[in-house]
Design a protein around this ligand. Structure first.
Ligand SMILES: C[S@@+](CC[C@H](N)C(=O)[O-])C[C@H]1O[C@@H](n2cnc3c(N)ncnc32)[C@H](O)[C@@H]1O
Length: 321
């Protein structure tokens, strides 16, 4: 009796498995072929709407089966328009006031120092307090030490200095041979914390922030984990604060943004979208690649914004009813 029932089920299971393997194989061949063709296309052809729609389809295929390994890669002044927007958003803060910031997925710290460099140069009167969080103790140790050189390249697999000019290299670091130590005034006010950005307790531990920055790590997660993190970030962000979140699956971010009623910040939106040439160049062939901004989409402002206001934070005390 048992065999009569289980044999056909086993056969169906085997057929499905075979079909899945076959489909995967065909997709891999298709991707390989298309990649070769894509590389040969002139820039103007790649910019055509139809070609970009095809690219989006390819990117969906790449992302569907991707083994989303976590990377540590990061660069000083990685997205200059985003840093410029931070400067502008806090330019009018009252003299001598305090700015509370959380940087999540901070890796070896270069994003945090890029933010302190940008804001302290613009507003030396502000007290800037940063909670910098990462899930890896290894990168936090490097971040806290604040010394960078060829050994950092070995850890994060890219030169963290690549986007800096000579003048910036001198302004940000004290040099000893090939070792750059971040200047003392850029290191003040930072608390390095081991933590998981998806952990709800983080909201209570860190308290509401004027600025929450969470870049280039949610794309390495599956959709439910990325969504959990995004909901956490909304709670961390004060009602008059800002959330900067990029390097995340655009559908996931758009769905959460709509669901939670986030408002996209239009200023420098296009510049920030194109502000990290590496992620733009990696589209559509890597899952972290960022698609070209398409203004003809009805949802384009929501889809391509990476800076939002999130409305009333839930940690605020409720008004008596
Ligand atoms: C690619 S780096 C991004 C660094 C930086 N945010 C940037 O944009 O240059 C990703 C970092 O996110 C960290 N990370 C991954 N998952 C995390 C989580 N759940 N909570 C906190 N950090 C996480 C990794 O350890 C890694 O250091």
């Amino acid at each position: 009796m048992t065999n009569l029932v289980s044999e056909p089920r086993a056969a169906v299971g085997e057929r499905r498995h075979f079909a899945a393997v076959l489909r995967r194989g065909i997709e891999q061949v298709l991707l390989k072929l298309n990649r070769r063709i894509w590389r040969r296309l002139p820039g103007r052809t790649r910019d055509l709407r139809q070609v970009q729609a095809y690219g989006r389809w390819m990117h969906a295929l790449v992302s569907r089966h991707a083994d989303r390994e976590m990377y540590l890669g990061t660069l000083f002044l990685r997205n200059r328009p985003a840093l410029e927007l931070m400067r502008r958003l806090f330019a009018d803060r009252a003299q001598g006031s305090t700015l509370r910031i959380a940087v999540l997925g901070c890796s070896v710290g270069v994003e945090v120092y890029s933010i302190t460099w940008t804001l302290r140069r613009a507003r030396p009167d502000l007290t800037i307090l940063i909670d910098a969080v990462d899930i890896s103790p290894e990168v936090l140790a490097i971040a806290e030490e604040g010394v960078y050189g060829p050994q950092t390249t070995a850890t994060v697999h890219e030169s963290v200095f690549d986007r800096l000019t000579e003048a910036e290299l001198l302004e940000m670091f004290d040099w000893n041979g090939d070792q750059g130590r971040v200047k003392a005034d850029l290191r003040d006010g930072i608390t390095w914390r081991l933590g998981d950005a998806g952990d709800r307790r983080l909201v209570q531990e860190l308290g509401p922030k004027d600025l929450v920055v969470a870049n280039n790590f949610l794309c390495h997660m599956d959709a439910p984990s990325a969504e959990r993190c995004l909901r956490n970030f909304a709670q961390l962000t004060r009602s008059d604060g800002y959330l900067f979140v990029s390097g995340v699956d655009l559908d996931v971010r758009t769905n959460v943004a709509i669901d939670l009623g986030w408002e996209p910040v239009p200023e420098l939106m296009v510049e920030i979208h194109d502000g990290d040439p590496l992620v733009r160049a990696d589209w559509p062939w890597h899952w972290w690649g960022l698609e070209p901004l398409d203004r003809e989409r009805r949802d384009w402002e929501m889809r391509y914004a990476s800076v939002f206001t999130c409305g009333r934070e839930q940690t605020e005390p409720r008004e008596p009813s």
